[in-house]
Design a protein. Structure first.
Length: 256
């Protein structure tokens, strides 16, 4: 068993660096806000719209859905406020109502299986200071318009070519984020902020190179187990007795 573990660890060390860069850093998404209120007052409810875009350009394309989706605000004392998102008619578009006490708050987008996205710092009373982009989208790439009239504010991301939307027309909806106060949902409070975990890979686990690593490691493990079982079977096989009977055709000479 020890040799099996050593072999698996060696294979992981060899194959992991060989993965392409897009496989090691491709499992990510971006939360993009609709126009945010210029001034936010303490304990006043506001409706905020936001988009969760896989790779910064398209709706989540993996199996199942994303959960949880929302905005998380972390105060300087470690208190967190979580506001869950409600899906809107447009793909990857959500809305939530926030009511924030006075103070300075770190704002993050909750993106289901993806790591939380750093949106910026909100000062109340005051406004939002956006954080630098974590995953800048290269200019000049080809992108697909999945939305039509209502789309993320950053579209088309300086693309050289935009493929028009060919999906069925979605129900028209207006971006809901505005500076107008709205009824707020009760946030979930916690004493300590959750840890931000890094994630890598692609949205579908079996379409990424990590699946090859798993299959290869499983194959090595199976081979070693079969070899070990064969050696054990040989050790259990009975040995020939020290005094064998004479083979057919051999003469037997006995004394006396």
């Amino acid at each position: 068993m020890r040799r099996l573990l050593v072999a698996l660890a060696a294979m992981a060390a060899i194959l992991a660096p060989a993965l392409p860069a897009h496989a090691r850093a491709g499992f990510w998404a971006v939360t993009e806000l609709d126009p945010f209120p210029a001034q936010v007052r303490p304990d006043v409810p506001y409706t905020v719209g936001f988009w969760v875009l896989q790779h910064g350009t398209h709706p989540y394309a993996g199996p199942g859905g994303l959960d949880p989706i929302g905005l998380r605000l972390t105060g300087e004392d470690g208190t967190t406020l979580t506001f869950g998102g409600t899906p809107l008619p447009e793909p990857a578009h959500y809305a939530t109502s926030v009511k924030v006490p006075a103070g300075r708050w770190r704002v993050q987008g909750l993106q289901g299986m993806f790591a939380p996205y750093e949106i910026g710092t909100l000062t109340v009373p005051g406004g939002l200071k956006a954080a630098p982009p974590q995953f800048p989208v290269p200019a000049g790439s080809e992108v697909m318009d999945y939305w039509g009239p209502v789309k993320p504010p950053g579209f088309p991301w300086k693309a050289a070519s935009v493929i028009p939307n060919r999906l069925p027309a979605a129900t028209p909806a207006t971006s809901v984020a505005s500076a107008q106060p709205a009824g707020a949902t009760q946030p979930v409070r916690a004493t300590q902020p959750a840890q931000v975990s890094a994630a890598v890979g692609d949205s579908s686990p079996w379409r990424q190179p990590y699946a090859l690593v798993i299959v290869a490691m499983a194959a090595v493990a199976g081979t070693l187990l079969v070899q070990r079982a064969a050696r054990a079977a040989v050790r259990r096989r009975p040995h020939d007795p020290p005094e064998r009977e004479a083979r057919e055709g051999e003469e037997v000479i006995s004394a006396g």
